[in-house]
Structures are given as C-alpha cells and as structure tokens.
Design a protein around this ligand. Structure first.
Ligand SMILES: [Zn+2]
Length: 700
C-alpha cells in the first residue's frame, strides 16, 4: 500500500455521460487529466448515489465502474467506490418527485435517462419499501429529508442482499469501498430492531402512543440501552462489511467521512468505528459556504485529527470549491488544520485545475503531511459524553476552540480515555464534561498534581460511566475540592499539587444573553430530555456556517457577523486567561492582523517546524446589506497594510541551532525572513504585504 500520507484524493463523478456514452478512450482521457494534476486516488461519486433506487441498472453501472477502474489503473490511480449503502428515493408525492428530479439535474442526469424509474420506485416492488427503517410513531417506512427511505442495518435480508451487491462491485477490480450513510434517520422500530433489542437488552420498545413519554429520559436505563443499541447496530454493520471482504480474501482501502461530530449527530452515525479505516475526513456538506464556514470546518477538524492521531492515519477535509479563490482558500484551510485536501465541485468532474496546490504538496510533503501538532491547550473529548449526555449541547468546548483558532493559540482535541496523550498540553479544558468515571477523575487529578492546569466549566463527572447522576457533593468528594466558582461572571484559580485548577463561572466564556444562559445552565441538564435542550444561541454561536444546499448558490439570511463578534470579543477574554495561566511557558505567540491565522507543526521527517498562515481577513463580515450570505460572495483576501507581523516560537531542544527561516507560498520562490534567536526563543518578522492568501514559514 502507498504511504497513506502521500495519497492525494479527488472525487470522480460518473453520471449519464460516463455511464451511457463515454468510450474507454474518453474515460481514459479524464483519468489522464486527473493523474496529471498530481492526484493518486479517486473516490467515485454518481448521480446513482442512492444505489438501491437503480437496482434494475446495477449491471450497467458496474460495467461503467469496471471501465473506470481499468482506465484509472492505466494511469496508476486507485479507485474507491462510494455510494449510499442504504438510501432509496421514494417519489410518492409531487414534492418528493421534484426532489428526485432536481437531484438528477444537479448531478449530470435527468429523470428521462432512467426510463420507468418513477414507476419502479413507487410500484409494489419498490426498493424504497424493502427492509426500511420504520418510523417510531407512524409505524410506516421513514421518509427522510432526502425524499428517500433507509434500509435498516438490523434487517438480515438487507445485509445479505447488500453484501451480494458489494461482491459484484469488488468484481470490477476496485481498490476500496466507502459505504456511505450508515445512519438511523429515525428511531427505527422495525420488526428486526424490536426483536434484537428485546433479545440483547431485555426491553420491549414502547408503543407509538407511549413513545414521547419514554423517549429522551436519561434517568431511564431502558432508554440509555436503546441509545447503545443504535450505536451497536451501526458498528455491527461496519464489522460485517469488513468480515465479508476479508473472507473473500480482499484487503480494501477504507476512507470514510463524517459531516459533523462535535455538533451532536442524532443519527447514531459512528464512522470513527469503521474497522480498517485508512483515512478519516470531514465532509463539509453543512459547512459548504466556504467564505463563512471555515471556522466550523477548522473546529470540527480538531476531532478528525484526534481520531486519526489515535489510529495513526491521516485526516483531511472535503470541500466544495468551484472557483480558484475558493480552491486556494479551502486548500489553505486544510493545510492550516494539518490535514489533507479533497475538493469536488458538487456533481461536476475535476473541473478546477488543482495542479498548483498539488505540486506544492508534492514538493513539501515531508513538512506538510508527516507532522505532529504543537498544541498549547487541549480540549478533552469524550465519546461517551458526546453520545450519552443530554448536556453535551451546552458545552463551551467548541466556542473556546474557535476562540483559540481565531486568536492563534494552538490547540488540540484530546481523548479523555488516553491520559498519555494529554502530556502534550499544559492546559486541559474540561468543558461541560459530564460523563467521567472515577478512574478518569483520578487521572485528571494526577495531571494537575504533576503540574498541569485544568480549566473547568460546568460540573465535570456529574454522570458516571453508566451515565447515572452524581450529586454536586458526590462530585466534590471525588475531586477533593469545590466545583462552583465563587464568581458566576468570572473565574477562580487555586493551586493543586504542582499545577493549578481554574474554575470558570457559568457566565464566563460564553457570549449568550444572560437569560438564555440562566435557562440552560441554571437547571440540572439531566432534567432536559435528550435532544430537547433549549440552546438556540449556545448552539448557533459555534455553528458558524450556512445551511444552504451546496449545489444551490442562492443567498440565505445569516447572523454570522454578530456570531463572529462574540468569538472575537468574548473569545479574546478566554484566550487571555489561557495565556495568563501559561505565563512565561507560552511557546507560541503571533502578532498578526485580525483573522490572519497561524498554526505551527513539527515535521516527523526532519528537525523542522512549519507555521501555516492563512489570510482569512474580512471573511466573516458579510458584504452588501450584511445579513445575507451566498456561495458567490468572493473570498476577500484583503491586502495586508500597516505593521509587520511578529511571530515567536520556542524551539525544541534538538532545534537550538536554527539557521534558516523561509517564507513559502504558492506563487513566489522561497523568501528568507529576518529572525532573532534568544536562547530557545525564535522571533520572526513577517513583512506586511508578503502574505496574499496562503503562506508557510519553514524553520530549520
Ligand atoms: Zn430497524
């Protein structure tokens, strides 16, 4: 297998043109064009993404796939087939039919291409009505926002037929498989689910009339078991896919993505559990208006980086750029995150020429991708807390992370179960981290005892590892100190062993109006039903993105400007407190214009540090009337005027003899930068005007 860090992905679309008309030579020409740009791996995408809808055409689709594989291999490209493992369109109403029609039109196809499709999908043999997820209350097949139904992962007939279909795909010679949409779009109460839940956990699912009363009560062990059951079902599905291809003697490439992880996903999607996961990346489907959503992408990417780091694989971001400035900006965002880059203009082919960025990547792969993060601040993530605590939505974590990103304070997300990974950071933030075992609390106390700083918001450990409630008194007994800051609007710092504890008041470090914070934080979070927390402002603040469909370029209303002000102003107070706690030990400092972003990384291949720089200036101030945003708003890349930038980095022991500091960019030849070395501190001057879009300081 190629070194996974050297792999460059793109999506290859096969729509009407490729399926019905292209000759082998024409497909070959597309492959050549892709390979020439520096791409090594293709992930397929098709107008037939909802694959079950096109069952009568499977043979034809596979013929096309075989042609793609053959041509791709000629040019040294690997192919990973990607489709929805379970969605089937259900055009039972004029609106649902319109949705299907539009989807096909947006993806190089049309209803007319697929003669008899609508009749098939609405007829008695409709795949949309086979093995469906059953809506918890209507008792009927659930119809999602995609105007489609879903197969249920617990239905053995579906699994059997799907595995059989996969065998036909493997026979085309693909190098990998990406099974998309492994999610519960409803609280499925199909026969298989009801039977298995009873068999595995001993509970009977409530009747539709009693559903609302039962659903969401986190003090009811049967409900918690139900949440587990859904995750287990999905994990089990992923395991069955792997076991099946391994049994066939295949070792397939497995990239996979998730759209949102740290904004709670209600569908029990759990792609981080995919066995054999070789690349893990973010799909910016809900953060697609690049100019405004990069901050959301960057904070979400902290999660992908953490998961990838644990598994020793690369992480990346998939964007939907369709013009050159968007390409450079989104690529720069990926480089800033330390991840790899994928782009696909939705529905189209490799229309944008990526040669320039791919050549830069190739030239600097050792320092761009074979790297370690250099975080000052760690944010403790717990999958248990994300999945099983009703209070997860109130967490300040993402807002604080975004504050660090905007104010250039290097940060990382760290796993609450891996204390050895915490040592890279001198501050650990525990934001509304409700679920903690006694062992985890002991580990955290040991971290502080050894000199670490714990910044605490909320009541850490108010649920044990079985998600049962602990009282304030029980928590304080376990921690050995009081947990409520004496000042609600500020914070309180006290020593703990060789380290420190910083308790943040409930109004500190969140820009919401007082009455909203009071409504959420003034109540025990377990009293809210799962998924029913009133947190509009708290939720939208870190959610700096626009929820428009990526293929629609229309303008939408947005409060992005005021959301950004919160991050800029309140976030600054949070970062100032972190810097105060770090004191002289602070290893990275960047004095740069507003929204010129900087992130340092250390190469694993050589003794060097890179500082990636992205000019995101003015992006979060909407143009025009200031309340509407659109895909078409240009990336501003404002000219940097005024004072020179100043960046200070503390050098690791092995790098005390730094001799070269260069500024690298896409267009210019490397340019030496003036610097001063003072014992272990290196200060670099960045002349104003040097950085246009993306740049990288290379220290060696
Ligand atoms: Zn089911």
């Amino acid at each position: 297998m190629t070194d996974p860090y050297e792999v460059r992905f793109t999506f290859f679309w096969y729509n009407d043109r490729e399926i019905f008309f292209d000759t082998e030579e024409e497909i070959g020409a597309k492959m050549k064009k892709t390979a020439d740009q520096g791409i090594t791996h293709l992930i397929t995408f098709s107008c037939t993404h909802f694959r079950w809808s096109y069952r009568p055409w499977w043979e034809q689709i596979n013929e096309c796939l075989a042609k793609i594989v053959k041509a791709a291999h000629t040019y040294g490209l690997k192919v990973i087939e990607h489709h929805s493992s379970e969605l089937a369109s259900y055009p039972d109403t004029p609106e649902h039919l319109e949705r299907l029609r539009k989807y096909l039109l947006d993806h190089g196809s049309s209803l007319e291409t697929w003669s008899g499709l609508v009749e098939y999908l609405t007829g008695p043999d409709s795949p949309a009505l086979k093995w469906p997820q059953i809506h918890e209350k209507t008792g009927k097949p659930n119809i999602t926002a995609y105007a489609a139904t879903n197969r249920c992962y617990n239905n053995p007939e579906y699994i059997r037929e799907y595995l059989e279909y996969l065998e036909s795909i493997y026979a085309t010679g693909v190098d990998g498989i990406m099974t998309d949409d492994v999610q519960f779009y409803c609280q499925c109460r199909c026969e298989a689910c009801r039977y298995l839940f009873k068999e595995k956990y001993g509970h009977t699912l409530p009747s539709p009339e009693k559903w609302d009363e039962w659903f969401g009560d986190m003090r009811d062990p049967a409900f918690i078991d139900w949440l587990h059951f859904r995750f287990d079902s999905i994990q089990n599905f992923h395991n069955q896919i792997k076991t099946h291809y391994n049994r066939l003697g295949l070792q397939l490439l497995r990239p996979n993505y998730i759209s949102l992880a740290i904004t709670r996903d209600w569908t029990a999607s759990s792609v981080e559990t995919v066995p054999d996961l070789h690349w893990f990346f973010q799909e910016c489907a809900r953060a697609c208006v690049l100019r405004y959503s990069w901050l959301k992408s960057l904070s979400e990417e902290k999660h992908r980086a953490m998961v990838a780091g644990q598994r020793g694989i690369p992480h990346g971001i998939l964007f939907y750029a369709y013009d050159r400035d968007q390409l450079i900006f989104s690529w720069g965002t990926a480089m800033l995150s330390g991840g790899f880059y994928i782009n696909t203009p939705e529905g189209g082919g490799c229309e944008l020429d990526e040669t320039q960025v791919r050549s830069f990547e190739k030239k600097h792969a050792g320092i761009l991708f074979h790297i370690d993060e250099m975080p000052e601040v760690g944010f403790l993530d717990s999958r248990d807390n994300r999945f099983f605590s009703p209070g997860y939505e109130m967490s300040r974590m993402e807002f604080w992370m975004q504050s660090c990103i905007v104010h250039n304070l290097p940060c990382a997300m760290l796993n609450a179960d891996l204390p050895e990974s915490w040592k890279t950071c001198r501050i650990l933030c525990l934001n509304e981290l409700n679920v903690l075992s006694e062992k985890q609390i002991d580990d955290l106390k040991e971290y502080a005892n050894d000199g670490g700083i714990l910044m605490i918001s909320g009541l850490p450990g108010n649920q044990n590892e079985k998600y049962l409630e602990r009282s304030l008194k029980e928590c304080e007994t376990l921690w050995g100190f009081h947990l409520t800051a004496s000042d609600e609007k500020s914070y309180e710092i006290f020593p703990f062993g060789k380290g420190k504890i910083c308790l943040c008041g409930k109004f500190f470090g969140y820009p919401g109006p007082e009455e909203e914070i009071q409504a959420v934080f003034g109540k025990n979070h377990l009293d809210f039903r799962f998924g029913k927390m009133p947190f509009e402002f708290l939720k939208s603040t870190p959610f700096v993105c626009a929820n428009t469909i990526r293929s629609e370029k229309s303008a939408v209303r947005s409060n992005i400007g005021s959301l950004y002000e919160g991050i800029r102003d309140i976030g600054k107070q949070v970062c100032a407190l972190m810097e105060q706690l770090l004191g002289d030990g602070c290893f990275f400092h960047a004095a740069l214009p507003e929204l010129v972003l900087a992130a340092p990384y250390r190469s694993r291949r050589e003794d060097s540090i890179t500082i990636r720089l992205l000019n995101a200036g003015d992006t979060l101030t909407p143009p025009g009337n200031g309340v509407e945003i659109s895909h078409d708003d240009p990336i501003p890349f404002p000219e940097w005027q005024g004072e020179n930038g100043l960046i200070t980095v503390r050098l690791p022991d092995t790098m005390k003899n730094v001799g070269h500091v260069d500024f690298l960019s896409l267009e210019k030849i490397p340019q030496p930068l003036p610097f001063e070395r003072n014992v272990d501190k290196l200060t670099m001057h960045l002349p104003s005007g040097l950085l246009k879009d993306f740049g990288m300081i290379y220290i060696r």
